[in-house]
Ligand binder design. Structure first.
Ligand code: NZQ
Ligand code: ZN
Length: 387
C-alpha cells in the first residue's frame, strides 16, 4: 500500500429535510449569499422556493443559468457579483456543473485577473469563499471533493482546478431531491460514478486490499441500484445508496494507498469540450473500448478479479474472465439506455486526432495511467467506438 494523505473537511448532512440546517450553518459565515443554480429544474421541483423559505433572514443574490459542462463565462459573471456585492457565502443548488462553477467563483473572487488563469495555474488559488451545496443529481462527487471542471468555449478546453481550499464547507444530500431526475440523467450519473471507481480500481498497485474491496462494494451498489432508480424514480433506498456512493466514489477514499493517473476521464473531457455532450454518456461509450484496448497479459489478472468479485463470473482462465467482465460492463451501460457509439451522439472522425492530442497534452495519460497511452492510442480508442 502506498503512503497516502487523506483529509476531507466537508460536513455532509445526509437525509430527508437536512436543508433546514442551512440557516444556522450559513449564518456562521455571514448574511450575503450568492445562490447559484442551473437551467431551472430547481424552480420546477420547488427547491428554489424552499431555499428562500429556509434563508428568509439572509440577503440573497442569484446567478442562474449555469449550463451542463459549465462555462468560464458563467464563472466570470459570478465573480463579478461576489466582488460587487461583498458576498459572504456561495450556495450551489444543483449538480456537478453548478457546484464546480461555484467553487471556481469562490476562488476567483480573491483573484484580480481573469479566473481562467487559475485553471491553468492553481498556485493562483490563495483564498476562497465558503461553498455550501444542495445536491440534486448524484454523479460527480463534487459535493465532497476539491475539484472543479470548467470549459472554455473559446479555446475548446475543459480542464480541472483542484485545490484543498475548494472542498465544499457543507453539503446537503437529501435523496428525495433526486426523485425528479429524468431517467437519462440517472443513467448518465450512474455511469459517471462507475467510471470514477474504475479510474481508481484499475491501477497498478495490488497491495491496497481494503481499498479494492471498498471499490467493489461501491461498484455493486451502482449495478444494483442504478436500474432500480431508473424504473422507480422515487425509490428512497435506491436513490440514497446511489447518492452516498457518488460522494465516496470521488472523495479519494477509493484512491487510498493506490495512486496513479486516470485514463477515461481525460479522453471524455475532450468529447464534452469539443461536442458539449453529457459527461456520463461519453464515459459509458469510451469505457468498454478502453478496457478492451488495454487488456493484455499484464492487466488480465486485475480485470479477472473485477469480473469475479463484482459480477460473480465463474471462470478459471483470467483472460476469459476478464473478457466476460468487460462484456457485462458494456451490457450494463446499454441496459440503462446509454449510447454506445460516438456516432450516436453526433461525433464523427473529423476531430479525433485533435482531441486525442489534447487528451494527452492536458493529462497524465502518457506518464501515469494504468496502461500508458499516447495520442495514437487514444485516437485508436476513439475510432474503436465510432460506429
Ligand atoms: O440545469 P438544470 O435545469 O438544473 O438541469 C440539470 C442539468 O440539465 C438536470 N438536473 C439536475 N438535478 C435535477 C435535474 N433535473 C431534474 N431534477 C433534478 N433533481 O441535470 C442536468 C445535468 O446536471 P449537471 O450538473 O450538469 O450534471 P452532473 O452532476 O453530472 O455534472 C456534470 C459536470 O461535472 C463535471 C463534468 O465534466 C460536467 O462538467 N465533473 C466534475 C467532477 C468534479 N467536480 O469532481 C468530476 C467529474 O468526473 C466530472 O468531470
Ligand atoms: Zn466523472
Amino acid at each position: 500500500m502506498n503512503d497516502y494523505a487523506f483529509c476531507v473537511p466537508t460536513d455532509i448532512r445526509f437525509g430527508r429535510g437536512q436543508i433546514e440546517c442551512l440557516d444556522k450553518e450559513i449564518g456562521k459565515y455571514g448574511r450575503k449569499v450568492l445562490l447559484v443554480y442551473g437551467g431551472g429544474s430547481i424552480k420546477k421541483t420547488g427547491l428554489y422556493d424552499k431555499v428562500y423559505e429556509v434563508l428568509k433572514d439572509h440577503e440573497i443574490y442569484e446567478l442562474p443559468g449555469i449550463e451542463p459542462n459549465p462555462k468560464i463565462t458563467s464563472v466570470r459573471k459570478g465573480v463579478e457579483i461576489c466582488k460587487e456585492k461583498g458576498i459572504d457565502v456561495i450556495l450551489a443548488v444543483g449538480g456537478g456543473s453548478v457546484i464546480d462553477a461555484s467553487k471556481h467563483i469562490a476562488c476567483g473572487t480573491f483573484y484580480d485577473g481573469d479566473p481562467w488563469d487559475m485553471v491553468l495555474d492553481r498556485s493562483l488559488v490563495t483564498k476562497a469563499l465558503p461553498v455550501f451545496t444542495v445536491l440534486t443529481i448524484c454523479a460527480t462527487g463534487s459535493e465532497m471533493n476539491p475539484g472543479a471542471v470548467i470549459s472554455n468555449e473559446m479555446t475548446k478546453e475543459k480542464l480541472e482546478i483542484n485545490h484543498p481550499l475548494l472542498y465544499p464547507t457543507l453539503s446537503v444530500c437529501d435523496p428525495t431531491y433526486l426523485f425528479t431526475l429524468p431517467a437519462s440523467q440517472t443513467a448518465a450519473g450512474t455511469a459517471d460514478i462507475i467510471s470514477h471507481i474504475f479510474e481508481q480500481y484499475f491501477q497498478p498497485n495490488d497491495g491496497a486490499y481494503l481499498t479494492d474491496r471498498f471499490s467493489e462494494a461501491a461498484l455493486k451498489t451502482c449495478f444494483k441500484y442504478g436500474p432500480i432508480a431508473m424504473k422507480e424514480p422515487d425509490n428512497y433506498e435506491a436513490r440514497s445508496n446511489l447518492m452516498w456512493c457518488s460522494s465516496i466514489a470521488l472523495n479519494h477514499l477509493l484512491t487510498f494507498g493506490k495512486g496513479g493517473g486516470w485514463s477515461v476521464h481525460p479522453m471524455e473531457h475532450e468529447l464534452s469540450a469539443f461536442y458539449d455532450i453529457t459527461h456520463g454518456v461519453g464515459l459509458a461509450i469510451l469505457t468498454p473500448a478502453w478496457m478492451r484496448y488495454i487488456l493484455n497479459d499484464d492487466t488480465k489478472k486485475r480485470f479477472a478479479m473485477y469480473a469475479k468479485n463484482v459480477w460473480d463470473v465463474i471462470e478459471e482462465d483470467d483472460l476469459k474472465a476478464a473478457v466476460k467482465g468487460i462484456e457485462l460492463t458494456e451490457g450494463f451501460f446499454k441496459s440503462l439506455g446509454l449510447p454506445s457509439r460516438l456516432s450516436d451522439v453526433g461525433i464523427d472522425d473529423s476531430r479525433l486526432a485533435e482531441m486525442a492530442a489534447e487528451a494527452v497534452r492536458t493529462s497524465t495519460l502518457k506518464t501515469r495511467a494504468y496502461v500508458k497511452l499516447d495520442a495514437s492510442d487514444v485516437e485508436q480508442i476513439y475510432r474503436n467506438c465510432l460506429y
